[in-house]
Design a protein around this ligand. Structure first.
Ligand SMILES: [Ca+2]
Ligand SMILES: [Ca+2]
Ligand SMILES: [Ca+2]
Length: 790
């Protein structure tokens, strides 16, 4: 019995209920009476009579200035002291909004001061030279607003210089968060301070009235079901869709008079509808007046605390000899064939406590789906024959790979991990399937035809990089086809429901259509996170040194993070090969830490299954001084051996010290904890060594165990901000600060002891050794690191 709580709930398809509102509308001056501006901040198109903000507000950044007059209200002398009691979200501070009187005959306030404040305003009263209205605004909550003059003209507050874009090419005024000593209590809550992942928006859709007898809104919000009948009022039809998850995407169309399907004439964003036409698209739902989920789980795992280990299933541990099978044949050599590792082997190591001892709390598992039994020739001119031992040649996407184990064994593995407080990510390759796959046989039209091979007819990058086939036996999904996309995303969700996993590592992200990611994220929010009350982590692989390309996918509507290839290369060139001074690492860390925006959780690493084992870059004579070296020339012949001595292991230990003491989820590629040797693919996938480790290997593994414990014990290393305290070509020291705690890290890459200064004066505890040293300057031994606390 493998029923986890999440699986049980998912089976019933429950979803959280959210309440609240965020309207959207129009900003055209003198065009349509009483259509509000969009509530969003930066959508960037004129939505005309309605429409939606593609990337709008909810931005809680506190403005400054404004017409703030502070709280009024308050008590007359002699009355009982104290405002009424209510929770913060219910508190309202009276605020006086004013507008200089001229020749106009009416002025009305519209804005986010209440749930429907953009639809239903408050009239200002003229008194001498000023229009004014005193309005209760939510306590400590940023409000945006505009005035409607003479019933038709939308203007900002002329006396408030604090404005933000209204999402339609104009501006709207900002009232900074207000507090007050005397408040009133409203009957409905204002948006609470909950994480974006738990927010939901009620979204208003509008369509311009043109004599239609009926208009129905249809869309992905109810899987293109019955839709929502729209209501005509004056010059517009409108309908509100409740509870759209923050950051999710929505596709929609309007059905006119029951028969004619049309796009939103005021929203230029569109996407193929799979029938030769296009749907209108909101790529990321946000709003100013959101709701928080009924129950925000205070114990939800914070993914900044994750330590990730990539288990390459076939090469890790053989826990079940009965599923090994024979050689694939067709000329596949052992290095490129199945070697017996399986789910049962991973489960055994989980239960032994192997991961726990390393401080690992999250596993990335090779694709567990059934792969082809056929052999295939290598990609890009590689004439060697390969099997599907790696998991990326999916045949039947609804079964487990028989050489890895049964679904029951896979479920047992996830359950064993959870019992040890270890989360599990499956590697999910969505770009392609193997030509043996039933889905390809049944739906050849779901794939790009005719085949255009990446690097041989089609470019690997750009638009062609999305449609090209990696090789002739790997049909590439056309996710512009709605049926194909739905099938694939549903398959990913099916694995979640089946096994109760906690996240995906998504393969080859830049080779698929964005909408696949948008759909996956939307459905995870609506169908999984709403039930589990946990963040489902999505980390992508985009193999490039270009942070712009990597960062494009890191946003609430797509990925939580990606693997940080640029920083990996910098760690290699500064700490392992020593080709570049440590100043390069300091500079690159500064870029990395600020590049992806708050809320992103990247994964940092020095090794994975696509690059040579890092131990060889760390040797006295590095395998290459080029961090991009792929090691393919030594993958089959002249393969590198285990380095002797300890120096290479000490250098790699230094790289792990940095990985475990900076922001991001540190990744250990199986075997790197013992400096497992290997050049390029497939030599970087040798079977895990479980015994007979050398002094250097033991040194490295023991070091990582300590790092895992130290990182777990000290929040600044997981969540802190970094400040350089000492830097030379060979020595680098920095401070990590969080929650009032400082932790200092000093790394010496040179082959002689070096001083690191800039540390606190007095006694410092060195956490790796447990010894006590004295600041502000300490001696760091050759090729070693220190983690210091006052
Ligand atoms: Ca086996
Ligand atoms: Ca198979
Ligand atoms: Ca593709």
């Amino acid at each position: 019995m493998k029923t986890t709580a999440s699986r049980t709930l998912l089976a019933f398809g429950l979803s959280a209920l959210w309440m609240m509102s965020c309207a959207s509308g129009d900003d055209d001056d003198a065009k349509t009476p009483f259509q509000p501006p969009v509530t969003g901040g930066s959508g960037g198109y004129d939505a005309g009579d309605g429409g939606v903000s593609a990337n709008g507000g909810g931005d809680a950044s506190a403005g400054s200035g404004g017409t703030a007059t502070g709280g009024t209200g308050g008590s007359d002398a002699g009355e009982e002291a104290g405002p009424p009691a209510c929770a913060t979200e219910y508190k309202r501070c009276d605020h006086e909004f004013t507008y200089p009187a001229g020749s106009e005959t009416s002025v009305e306030l519209r804005g986010s001061f209440k749930a429907d404040g953009w639809d239903s305003g408050v009239a200002l009263t003229k008194n001498g030279t000023t229009w004014s209205a005193t309005v209760p605004v939510p306590y400590d909550f940023q409000v945006t607003y505009k005035y409607v003059v003479d019933g038709t003209t939308w203007v900002i507050d002329p006396n408030n210089a604090n404005t933000v874009p209204d999402g339609q090419g104009g501006q709207k005024s900002v009232l900074a968060p207000q507090s007050c000593a005397w408040w009133s209590c409203a009957s409905d809550p204002a948006p609470g301070d909950c994480p974006e992942s738990t927010r939901a928006c009620d979204f208003k859709f509008v369509y311009p009235y043109g004599g239609e007898s009926s208009v129905t809104l249809k869309g992905s919000f109810d899987s293109w079901g019955v839709g929502v009948p729209m209501t005509q009022d004056g010059t517009v039809w409108s309908a509100v869709v409740d509870d759209l998850g923050w950051g999710t995407s929505v596709q929609y169309k309007f059905v006119i008079n029951g028969t004619e399907w049309v796009k939103d004439p005021n929203n230029p964003a569109e996407i193929s509808d799979g029938f030769g036409g296009f749907n209108s698209l909101i790529s990321s739902v946000t709003c100013e007046w959101w709701s928080c989920e009924g129950t925000v789980n205070p114990d939800a795992f914070d993914w900044r605390d994750a330590v990730l280990y990539f288990v390459f299933t076939d090469r890790f541990h053989n826990g079940n000899l009965s599923n090994d099978g024979g050689p694939t044949g067709s000329g596949v050599l052992p290095a490129a064939d199945y070697q017996g590792g399986d789910f049962a082997g991973i489960t055994a190591k989980i239960n032994e406590g192997y991961f726990t001892e390393l401080g690992v709390n999250t596993l990335w598992i090779s694709p567990p789906m059934d792969n082809t039994s056929s052999a295939g020739v290598g990609v890009g001119g590689d004439t060697h024959m390969y099997s599907g031992y790696h998991g990326y040649w999916i045949a039947d996407a609804e079964k487990t790979e028989e050489r890895f184990g049964t679904m029951t064994e896979l479920e047992a593995m996830v359950e064993a991990a959870h019992a040890k407080d270890i989360r599990v990510l499956f590697d999910y390759p969505m770009n392609h399937v193997h030509e043996d796959s039933p889905v390809y046989a049944q739906h050849p039209d779901w794939f790009f035809q005719p085949p255009c091979i990446c690097g041989a007819g089609c470019d690997w990058d750009g638009a062609e990089g999305k449609r090209c086939w990696f090789t002739e036996y790997l049909p590439d999904f056309n996710f512009g086809n709605t049926d194909a996309r739905d099938w694939s995303v549903s398959n990913a969700l099916w694995w979640v429901a089946q096994t109760g996993i906690d996240g995906f590592r998504l393969d080859a992200v830049k080779h698929i259509e964005d909408q696949w990611l948008l759909d996956l994220r939307s459905r995870l929010k609506n169908e999984v996170e709403s039930v589990t009350q946990e963040k489902f982590y999505l980390v992508g692989e985009t193999f490039t040194g270009d942070r712009n390309t990597i960062g494009y996918y890191v946003k609430p509507s797509m990925l939580d993070g990606q693997f940080e290839f640029p920083l990996r290369n910098k760690l290699v060139s500064t700490l392992l090969t020593r080709a570049e001074p440590l100043g390069g690492l300091d500079a690159d860390l500064g870029t990395y830490e600020t590049f992806y925006g708050s809320g992103s959780i990247m994964s940092t690493f020095v090794g994975n299954h696509d690059v040579p084992r890092p131990i060889h870059f760390a040797e006295d004579a590095p395998i290459s001084t080029n961090a991009w070296y792929d090691g393919k020339d030594r993958a089959w012949d002249n393969k590198p051996g285990l380095p002797s001595g300890t120096s290479a292991f000490e250098r790699l230990a230094n790289a792990f010290t940095v990985l475990f003491t900076i922001q991001g989820v540190p990744l250990i590629y199986y075997g790197d904890e013992i400096g497992l040797p290997g050049a390029g693919d497939p030599d970087n996938r040798r079977f895990m060594q479980w015994s007979g480790t050398s002094q250097g290997q033991n040194l490295l593994r023991d070091h990582i165990k300590k790092l895992g414990k130290i990182r777990a014990d000290h929040a600044p290393l997981r969540r802190g901000t970094r400040a350089k305290v000492h830097l030379t070509d060979d020595v680098y020291a920095y401070k990590m600060s969080y929650g009032g705690e400082d932790v200092f890290v000093a790394v010496n890459r040179s082959d002689s002891p070096q001083q690191a200064s800039g540390l606190p004066s007095g006694a410092l505890t060195e956490l790796l050794s447990g010894s006590t040293v004295s600041g502000p300057s300490v001696t760091v031994p050759a090729r070693s690191s220190m983690i210091l606390v006052p």
